[in-house]
Design a protein. Sequence first.
Length: 329
Amino acid sequence: MVAEEYAQTLRSSRAINLVTCADIDVARARAFARRYSIPRVVSPGQLDADVVIVLTPPEHHADVARSAIEAGMSVYLEKPLARTASEAESLLALADRRGVLIGAAPDTFLAPPIQAAAEAITAGLIGEPIAATAALLSPGPERWHPRPEPIYDLGPLLDMGPYYLTALIHLLGPIATVHGAICGSRPRRTRPSGAEFTTTTATHVEALLETAAGVSITLTTSFDTQATTRPHLEIYGTDGTLVLPDPNFHEGTVRIRRQGENDWSALTPKMPGFEVVGRGMGVLDLINGPRRASGETALHLLHVIEAVQRTSVSNSGSAVPAIWRAGQR
Ligand SMILES: NC(=O)c1ccc[n+]([C@@H]2O[C@H](COP(=O)([O-])OP(=O)(O)OC[C@H]3O[C@@H](n4cnc5c(N)ncnc54)[C@H](O)[C@@H]3O)[C@@H](O)[C@H]2O)c1
């Protein structure tokens, strides 16, 4: 699915030639090559290019990237970079030893909305940031993805959390602490066809985070919610509030309301200085700089996500005295 979006973005770029593609399903690779005029189709493992863009399901990211790095090629990976932070650390170390680059999605923070929000924060338009909320509230990917199981292997935190966390890290700096988290699960899922499957990962996650600069963040990622009016991202400063559009996409309007104002106004989108905007622009960021969609940021994300998972297991919370009878609301 996502390879289509990459090809559409990158074929408009003069900096990139799509020279080869590979898929374990060779017929799929051939059809893809025909659709995007890619001259060569090879087996996975025989790729030969300056950069290998890894768009397999996440459980294969590390293996595909490792063999490309060992062959001396730079890699750009879809999110999450790897299944675990330690797997990501060994990929980064290998790339360092081989003298090649690693870049990683998401790249949506490079697009005009989040760049406009970054500019507003840097200019002091909302004063000092004090808090933020991030909410991915969805009924789950079985509604639209033909193969939802790999997405459920990750769960909403690892599959969708990277968009929200990368945007917040870019805007507010790195996360230093996870103060609390709850992970709940509704394991039985139903496809639109009526077919059932089960998942073992958490399908609803709530977490309270704090950045190194002391900004508190409330993060919700859920595949269990049917509808919402909660904004995707809001950032609260001492002098104003920013409301951001869905960080899974490269477009949308950022709204601001400052102290003393009666209404919201739209920020002017900030063009990011790339020749193309869309899924895949992170590959240009890797090739031409400034390399902000980096392997290091993707590793930091995995550290944050693992800290949320650990906290939900180890944190027993503080009990509140019960004053109602059982069953009473
Ligand atoms: N689907 C989306 O809208 C979307 C959006 C953003 C990011 N992503 C990310 O993109 C990546 C791919 O997701 P997708 O939904 O496009 O998956 P997909 O299942 O649609 O496509 C994955 C392709 O990888 C091939 N493949 C599997 N193992 C391979 C291997 N070892 N070597 C070579 N090819 C292999 C499969 O045959 C398939 O054609 C994932 O990391 C996902 O998190 C997906």
